[in-house]
Write a protein that binds this ligand. Structure first.
Ligand code: C5P
Length: 232
């Protein structure tokens, strides 16, 4: 498994995403397709981006009963994505069912990673809305350990947590980290950010970068800068 930069293609339509991807005439970046684009354009958008030679992280964050997740993962696996995800809050059983669904008849499967606690959930909302009283850092680490126990490949986490996740779950357990900003860039609505170089230093395996690339005056140059800082 190699370190890589994943571009968050948070666009609302096929036209916008293709206008963006057409700029990349050299290396085809690994891209993340989220709910907005997937729900707007359907599974065909995944096939079309794949056919252009990109690796795809399909970020749909499944969370349902194990049987439903298993069957849905089988469908996503047939789309030939490279990475997909679910909520660890769905339990170890649900994560194991997801892995079974994702595994193709020939034994191959996309990487499966878990969302622990969304970064939009803080200690107060976790205690008041979810009735979870433990410190949020412990909850995040416990969910990561559950994902490892279920056999998943890794978790989405803040780059600030990547080192701790590796300590708890092993260095081969993958960390996929959003919240990345250039040292001289806007942080936007991200609260806790890290530069690509710092994310490399702390041991992130994949960084997910959206606006610092998609909203840059020269997206290809911004992507290349990210790759050189993170991959070297
Ligand atoms: O534009 P920006 O670099 O902030 O995009 C980050 C991407 O990572 C977005 O697609 C966002 O939804 C996603 N993400 C995040 N924080 C999380 C989980 C996912 O920013 N905790």
């Amino acid at each position: 498994m190699g370190r890589d930069v994943i571009i968050a293609c948070d666009f609302a339509s096929k036209e916008q995403v293709f206008e963006f991807l057409d700029k990349f005439t050299g290396k085809k970046p690994f891209v993340k397709i989220g709910m907005e684009l997937f729900y707007a354009e359907g599974p065909e958008i995944v096939r079309e981006i794949k056919a252009r030679g990109h690796k795809i992280f399909l970020d749909l964050k499944l969370h349902d009963i194990p049987n439903t997740v298993k069957k849905s993962m089988a469908v996503l696996s047939r789309l030939d994505v490279d990475m997909t995800n679910l909520h660890a809050a769905g339990t170890v059983n649900m994560m194991q069912a997801a892995l079974e669904g994702l595994t193709r008849p020939d034994g191959t499967r996309p990487m499966l990673i878990a969302v622990t606690q969304l970064t939009s959930t803080d200690q107060e909302s976790m205690e008041n809305d979810l009735l979870i009283k433990q410190p949020i850092d412990e909850v995040v680490m416990h969910y990561a350990a559950n994902a490892a126990k279920a056999g998943l490949d890794g978790v989405v986490c803040s780059p600030l947590e990547a080192g701790k996740v590796h300590d708890r779950c092993g260095k081969n357990f993958v960390t996929v980290t959003p919240g990345v900003r250039f040292a001289d860039g806007d942080i936007g609505d991200q609260k806790r950010v890290m530069t690509p170089a710092a994310a490399k230093e702390i041991g992130s395996d994949y960084i997910v970068v959206g606006r610092p690339i998609t909203a840059a005056a020269d997206p290809v140059a911004a992507y290349e800068r990210c790759c050189s800082e993170f991959i070297g």
